[in-house]
Design a binder for this molecule. Structure first.
Ligand SMILES: Cc1cc2nc3c(=O)[nH]c(=O)nc-3n(C[C@H](O)[C@H](O)[C@H](O)COP(=O)(O)OP(=O)(O)OC[C@H]3O[C@@H](n4cnc5c(N)ncnc54)[C@H](O)[C@@H]3O)c2cc1C
Length: 453
């Protein structure tokens, strides 16, 4: 295969755009959203729109759902799209760690889905309560049955705080309890808890479950930033920051894991790698961890950052669409082919984003690279062809190491580092990487959302 053919296969409508395949999340961020728009207008899919009367239902109106909706509209003439999701606010989740560590105001992570969905789609403001892939229908929370010809599952993950006995999401921000994951309010409350802790110092516990996570770097970023805020406040010497992982390590990509552990050793952050947070007594500031052998230990804390176990939302997990066996069955993740992102048993179903039961890839950057694959393959299937595009598992995580510095980490399904900017060393922190995280990634996210890059 020639380079041009290879690149055309990576993104539909991109033949003749020589650098598109290599410029992943960061490369396009650096070029800015305007560059993304230019790509669409120069060789966009509008030139080769397939005529269809197909009805596509998209379950989920997050990054993946909206990005695919925009792309399908550009690829297909006459397609009817229905988005099903009760959530009206759209959150820029990669900004949560910045809000929770006092870098950004919360307003920067709040958008409205009504302004982001493409014109002409029907929006059913309800959750999907059940999937009936045999009957080609979804069932909403009110019991409404919506039939489809094709389905895109884009529901993201379920944060399973219920697995931690005593955990109360409403209490985040009080009694030293922090957790960045649930939403903008929790991110703000986490920053309040962090500020109160940092003023005095003390014992901090940072947790990590063993399930697949969206942005597996976020718990690490929070740890780096907490340590940095302690140093800035002059309370580091009376503090102890301890990272409690249930994963056996702290990050799934070995090179990154080793790099972070070496940094933490220098920074004095203690690590235990076989401790699962199983219970928390918020009033007494006491966390219970369980070892693989079932041994329980109680640890007092002044500040705790809780990362919940994650799994598929109930509607997917309980459906025939979930993996029935293998490593992704326990979490109920969507059974897709990791290359084409087409469902392995229902050819008219595709998955995009965090819901996919694939080896890695639960980041916005993954959606940037996989939404064109999903839309392109679905359009081909609608046209009666086999899915032509393959996804390589591209995942990226800008790992904040302190205020003003970050690592740009990009990798694929195999855990190989796949840097897209030749002048940036992935395991070397830099101010440039920090600048990308703080200034450039939100515009890039918005361009992905609108199907422009
Ligand atoms: C703290 C944090 C930090 C992050 N940092 C980064 C980062 O630095 N870089 C990066 O690339 N990514 C980062 N991410 C990850 C990124 O935000 C997600 O990977 C991305 O949003 C995934 O898109 P999605 O469409 O799959 O899911 P989401 O954007 O989460 O959207 C899922 C949608 O599905 C809806 N839904 C759920 N259940 C149902 C149902 N039953 N019926 C209908 N709709 C349903 C939800 O309401 C939601 O609107 C971070 C995430 C978090 C939480």
């Amino acid at each position: 295969m020639t380079q041009a053919q290879d690149e055309a296969k990576s993104v539909p409508g991109s033949a003749g755009l020589p650098s598109l395949k290599r410029r992943h999340w960061f490369g396009l961020a650096a070029a800015g959203p305007a560059a993304g728009s230019a790509l669409l207008s120069a060789a966009g899919p509008a030139a080769a729109r397939t005529k269809t009367q197909a009805h596509v239902v998209i379950a989920g109106s997050g990054l993946g759902g909206i990005a695919v909706a925009h792309r399908l509209q550009a690829l297909l003439d006459g397609v009817k799209i229905t988005i099903v999701d009760a959530k009206e606010e759209h959150n820029y989740q990669p900004g949560y760690t910045l809000v929770a560590s006092g870098v950004w105001p919360v307003a920067k992570v709040r958008e409205r889905n009504a302004q982001l969905q493409p014109e002409g789609v029907q929006w059913v403001k309800e959750m999907v309560a059940g999937f009936d892939p045999e009957g080609r229908a979804v069932i909403t929370a009110s019991g409404r049955r919506i039939g489809y010809d094709f389905l895109v599952v884009a529901t993201g993950v379920h944060l399973d705080y219920a697995q931690i006995e005593g955990m109360d999401v409403q209490a985040i921000g009080r009694e030293g309890l922090a957790s960045v994951y649930p939403g903008p309010q929790a991110a703000t409350a986490t920053w309040e808890a962090m500020q109160a802790f940092v003023a005095k110092g003390g014992q901090a516990l940072m947790t990590l479950p063993a399930t697949p996570l969206k942005c597996a770097g976020a718990p690490l970023k929070m740890t780096f930033m907490l340590r940095d805020r302690l140093a800035q406040a002059g309370t580091l010497e009376r503090s102890r920051v301890q990272f409690m992982s249930a994963l056996g390590n702290v990050f799934g990509v070995k090179a990154v894991n080793d790099n972070v552990l070496a940094r933490w050793q220098d920074l004095g952050i203690a690590v235990e790698t076989t401790q699962k947070l199983t219970a928390i007594d918020i009033g007494r500031r006491l966390a219970t961890f369980t070892s693989p052998e079932g041994e329980k230990s109680e640890r007092p804390y002044d500040f705790v950052h809780v990362v919940p176990p994650m799994r598929a939302p109930d509607a997917v997990k309980a459906s025939a669409l979930a993996w029935q066996q293998g490593p992704f069955a326990a979490g109920g993740w969507l059974e897709v082919d990791k290359g084409t992102l087409q469902h392995r048993r229902y050819a008219n179903v595709f998955g995009v984003g965090d819901i996919n039961g694939t080896p890695r890839g639960k980041t916005a950057a993954t959606v940037k690279k996989s939404a064109p694959v999903v839309a392109g393959n679905l359009a081909a299937v609608i046209a009666g062809q086999a899915p032509p595009l393959d996804f390589d598992g591209y995942t990226s995580c800008p790992m904040i190491t302190r205020e003003g510095s970050a690592l740009l980490i990009e990798f694929d399904y195999e855990g190989r580092l796949t840097p897209s900017l030749p002048f940036i060393e992935p395991l070397q922190d830099s101010w440039f990487a920090w600048l990308m995280k703080v200034r450039m990634l939100k515009p890039a996210y918005m361009a992905v959302l609108k199907g422009r890059v």
